[in-house]
Design a protein around this ligand. Structure first.
Ligand SMILES: Cc1cc2nc3c(=O)[nH]c(=O)nc-3n(C[C@H](O)[C@H](O)[C@H](O)COP(=O)(O)OP(=O)(O)OC[C@H]3O[C@@H](n4cnc5c(N)ncnc54)[C@H](O)[C@@H]3O)c2cc1C
Length: 309
């Protein structure tokens, strides 16, 4: 344990807030998390969640955060209670592409030679897949075991009681932190029963179109998705669900006939770039777009460094 032992209030109990809280506690700070929505009610609970740098910038910092988080998740995968598994899968591409800008974040990445019709290239690699309800519960148990607290509280302004504050409010930062550059990017998923899948498949979509992904968990499979900027509705749209199912089955035919378990919508905290900086007694850490899980442990380490300054 190291650190100044300062009191820190983390605002936000999604994956970003909770991961920061755990790391701050490990560094020796006293941490209280306050949040309007408890972990299982957040956008984070809806995430698929595949480690994959998507809709987040800037590229250099995102690659470094993603690489750090990849390593941490790979370590957590040996413990079932964390909800993390390492699974091999393929990102399918309609045209041949060079290596992705985040290539440095993964230890190895192979070109796929066996491709479904309509695809010209593919990148196969082992990636963390995180069962978010399980992972969020595990993060809360870590927080509590380390002496932290979690309290439901809808704040109208950041606390100003002399504590250090971590602003991990995701989309809430738009109103809460008066940051209009944070915008919702609506994502809808369909969760179906497991049909024996142990590989993930992703097609990021041509021409900024909707991504299609199939992300298996131990007991179910998450099918996505959509990617609608500026849309605030959290009500699942049945027509969209049909399209998602159709695209997922086209990608992975074994899904044909799988029983639908539930429909979910989440609002990604979109921002041109992740905001991770300290201003006085506030460390801002929000705007992770489609990669909040992917970046979580990397960003948390930077938050701990900023808290110690
Ligand atoms: C369909 C879908 C699929 C996704 N798939 C992936 C994926 O495969 N991989 C990946 O890495 N990412 C994925 N994401 C993105 C990921 O979910 C987000 O980037 C991530 O959840 C952001 O986490 P967060 O903790 O910043 O925000 P959130 O989870 O939204 O948490 C924000 C917290 O702040 C609190 N808060 C806000 N305002 C206030 C206030 N005024 N007072 C008190 N508390 C407040 C909220 O209540 C909440 O507790 C996906 C998202 C969606 C919607």
């Amino acid at each position: 344990m190291s650190g100044s032992g300062r009191r820190v209030i983390v605002v936000g109990a999604g994956v970003v807030g909770l991961t920061c809280a755990v790391r701050l506690l490990e560094a020796g700070h006293r941490v209280d998390v306050v949040a309007r929505d408890l972990p299982l009610e957040t956008t984070s609970a809806v995430a698929a969640a595949l480690w994959f740098p998507y809709r987040a910038g800037p590229q250099g910092r995102v690659t470094a955060w993603a690489e750090r988080a990849y390593d941490v998740f790979a370590g957590l995968a040996s413990d079932d209670r964390t909800g993390v598994r390492m699974l091999t899968g393929t990102e399918l591409l309609r045209t041949p592409q060079p290596d992705p800008w985040w290539r440095g974040a993964v230890p190895s990445l192979d070109r796929e030679t066996v491709l479904p019709p309509g695809y010209a290239d593919g990148r196969t690699f082992s990636s963390p897949v995180i069962d978010m309800p399980v992972h969020l519960r595990w993060l809360v148990s870590r927080l509590e075991a380390l002496g932290g607290t979690l309290t439901r509280m809808n704040l109208s302004a950041l606390p100003e009681d002399g504590s250090l504050v971590v602003n991990a409010t995701g989309l809430g930062a738009r109103h809460f932190g008066a940051d209009p550059s944070v915008r919702p990017v609506r994502g809808q998923v369909v969760v179906v029963e497991q049909v024996g899948l142990d590989r993930w498949t992703l097609d990021c979509g041509a021409d900024e179109g909707a991504p299609t992904y199939v992300v298996p968990r131990s007991n179910e499979v998450v099918l996505g998705g959509t990617d609608v900027e500026g849309e605030w509705s959290r009500t699942p749209d049945p027509a969209v669900a049909e399209q998602v199912l159709h695209r997922a089955i086209a990608l992975v035919p074994e899904l044909e006939g799988a029983k639908v378990l539930r429909h979910k919508v989440g609002l990604r905290p979109g921002r041109p770039e992740v905001r991770l900086e300290r201003r006085g007694d506030v460390v801002h850490c929000y705007g992770h777009g489609g990669a909040g899980v992917t970046l979580s442990w990397g960003c948390a380490d930077d938050v701990v460094d900023l808290a110690g300054e």
